[in-house]
Ligand binder design. Structure first.
Ligand code: ADP
Ligand code: ASP
Ligand code: MG
Length: 464
């Protein structure tokens, strides 16, 4: 049975043009696959607003969260208004949007009302997951209007997770079992479910979310549980590119990537690829494609888990924010790493994944990658939290830095390649250098102010 999972990102759904493209693609692909599953994100920027609303609610800032809810209502109703729906379908959709947002308002009110006995974590994830539930209803209505038997399906019914706030992990066995009983029969009856990305629920039904950018992860979870043939991530760029096209105008698409290269890119900051999605797909025979919804004629990028070499030479440059801890002493790093991990987990809900360490008898530098999924404020928040906790360890200093990584095929980076990279950056101070154990990447730790220069220079040097 050939199964395709297609995920549509927030960058693609925000405009009516993206929704029209989506319908055309679904109508075309449904003829070519035995089973088709659709996963949708919230509209671009909506999850940020929902997180703001949840935070305001925790401080009972009524005017703030009410303004956000009214803004979201206007935006979604305007989108529904711009779609070619018949009057009945449009009214039902408008009523659905109103209900979801008024329920959310009630949750915000309860969160701010100490006397309700609500603890912050009770409804935080439920509030921030409303964006996906809104888009699923919009897309399903549009597909019904195009003649398909489509329904919006909240993955709180389907994806069973642990109870970690804002960063839950799936229980793959329980999720597969739910899929067998709830989703597959629907597909067999010819119904096209539009599934919410990003959200799940615990075994007892408490709503959870899978971390920022988590709709890609949802597509992978569902793909693995349904034994999918392919997963397609539809976004707003021509695939995975040699650098972030927002930063480098000359960035060009990469046709093929191995899962090792893609994972390296994801962990070192390539937003279009989700690290946990790639870890889940490792060792499985599922092809992952990243494609541009606004240019579907482009081939996009194919990511495969294959022992065969898929690409040649250096492919891409990435950058990511990090925190460097420096000390004018050496010795065991275990206590410091444990302390930072604790601060990361308590502040952004994830453990420290990647560190770069260099040590000499009189100096130590440990650099902790701050995952993109933690959001833009994370560096600042983590830095402040660390300063607080490190008061008793006065020999250590914390400072925000950038990590720039050149990534290529396994063994693509020889010593000569390292030299080429370091020479290209000769004009700026390099605080540390790290050669990936998979021998497909070299990372340099630099001061934040040199980030733009370094990405540009490395892109010119290595990507021809
Ligand atoms: P979506 O809403 O589709 O999930 P994201 O914002 O999560 O979109 O990811 C798509 C964005 O990732 C692109 O708009 C692009 O700016 C950014 N990006 C960063 N690095 C890269 C890269 N190397 N290749 C492609 N896109 C990248
Ligand atoms: N809407 C969620 C977020 O903004 C999930 C996603 O877009 O993948 O993080
Ligand atoms: Mg994304």
């Amino acid at each position: 049975m050939r199964t395709l999972v297609m995920k549509f990102g927030g960058t693609t759904l925000a405009r009516a043009e993206g929704l029209t493209q989506l319908v055309g693609i679904v109508l075309y692909e449904r003829e070519r696959w035995d089973r088709l599953m659709l996963v949708v994100s919230a509209l671009d920027g909506v999850t940020d607003q929902l997180i703001d609303a949840a935070h305001l609610a925790q401080f009972a800032q009524q005017r703030g969260y009410r303004r956000i809810v009214s803004n979201l209502r206007q935006r979604h109703l305007a989108l529904a208004e711009s779609l070619p729906l018949d009057q009945n379908e449009r009214s039902v959709l408008q009523a659905n949007i109103d209900t979801l947002l008024s329920d959310m308002l009630t949750m915000c009110e309860a969160l701010g009302d100490a006397s309700s006995g609500h603890s912050a974590s009770d409804s935080f994830d439920e509030i921030i997951g409303v964006g996906e539930r809104l888009t699923a209803r919009i897309v399903a209505a549009l597909l019904r209007h195009s003649g398909l038997r489509s329904v919006a399906l909240d993955t709180t019914e389907l994806i069973i997770t642990d109870n970690v706030r804002a960063n839950a992990k799936p229980d793959m066995e329980a999720t597969s079992a739910r899929m067998e009983t709830q989703l597959l029969p629907m597909l067999e009856r010819g119904i096209m479910p539009v599934l919410t990305g990003f959200i799940g629920a615990t075994m007892t039904g408490k709503p959870t979310t899978l971390g920022r950018g988590g709709s890609d992860y949802t597509a992978a979870i569902l793909g693995v549980c349904a034994n999918a043939t392919e997963i397609w991530i539809w976004t707003d760029v021509d695939g995975v590119m040699s650098a972030d096209p927002l930063e480098i105008a000359e960035a060009r698409p990469i046709r093929n990537l191995s899962i090792t290269e893609a994972t390296e890119m994801a962990f070192f900051g390539t937003r279009v690829l989700h690290p946990r999605m790639l870890l889940l797909l490792r060792g499985r025979d599922i092809a992952l494609r990243v494609r541009n919804l606004f240019a579907p004629q482009q081939p996009g990028t194919l990511v495969r888990d294959s022992s065969a070499q898929l690409s040649e030479g250096l492919q891409a440059v990435t950058s990511i924010a990090a925190l460097a801890l420096q000390s004018s002493s050496s010795g065991s790093l275990a206590s410091m790493t444990a302390l930072v991990d604790d601060v990361f987990f308590n502040t952004i809900g994830t453990h420290t994944d990647i560190t770069i360490t260099t040590q000499s008898p009189m100096h130590t530098l440990i650099c902790f990658v701050v995952p993109n999924a933690a959001g833009q404020e994370a560096v600042h928040t983590l830095s402040a939290a660390l300063e607080d906790r490190m008061q008793e360890k006065s020999t250590w200093h914390v400072k925000p830095v950038s990590i720039i990584t050149a990534i290529g095929a396994q063994d693509a980076i020889s010593l000569a390649g390292c030299l080429q990279i370091v020479t290209a950056l000769a004009e700026i101070p390099i605080l540390a250098i790290d050669y990936s154990p998979a021998r497909c990447g070299i990372s340099v730790v630099i001061n934040v102010r040199d980030t733009e220069f370094a990405i540009n220079r490395l892109h010119q040097t290595i990507v021809h």
